[in-house]
Design a protein around this ligand. Structure first.
Ligand code: SF4
Length: 155
């Protein structure tokens, strides 16, 4: 898996200050996508053990509320093994941090994914240009997308 960026002080993707990872690779090609440079799977840099440690270290600060996973699309099957490893570590080593994730797929298409066992909130669905929203605190790009609390669904 490659990634196109890490933000260690992100206040735009989920509540509070967050550490965000933007993975490379998306096959969905939404019209008007905010991040088409993330579409190629070989964009950016390889995600290594050092990258994982960098994320864990950045998360381990009291002012950081949690981790946000964006793309690209983190739910591309190619990403599953690497992200599962990362999310398991976050849950085991920093259990107080919330985990949010964004996908261009609807929840029904990803609900069998093992990644969801380690995600608190999922923002789902493709970006639809004519439904675009820029409202602060909605955490979504278009109004068809849903902010779904996954953790209560798992209980
Ligand atoms: S899912 Fe996200 S990254 Fe992929 S094309 Fe749609 S808006 Fe762009």
């Amino acid at each position: 898996m490659n990634y196109i960026g890490i933000s260690k002080y992100d206040t735009a993707n989920g509540p509070g200050v967050r550490v965000s990872l933007f993975v490379s690779g998306c096959t969905l090609r939404c019209k008007g996508c905010f991040n088409p440079e993330s579409w190629p799977f070989d964009a950016g840099l390889p995600f290594t053990e050092e990258t994982e440690n960098e994320i864990l270290n950045a998360l381990d600060n009291r002012w950081v509320a949690g981790f946000s996973l964006l793309g690209g699309d983190p739910f591309e099957p190619e990403h599953e093994a690497a992200l599962l490893h990362l999310l398991k570590r976050i849950r085991a080593e920093l259990p107080g941090k919330t985990v949010w994730a964004w996908t261009g797929r609807v929840y029904d298409r990803v609900k069998g994914s093992p990644l969801l066992d380690f995600i608190d909130v999922l923002v789902d669905g493709p970006f639809v240009e004519k439904l675009k929203t820029t409202k602060k605190g909605e955490w979504r790009g278009s109004t068809n997308q849903r902010v779904i609390e996954i953790r209560p669904l798992q209980k």
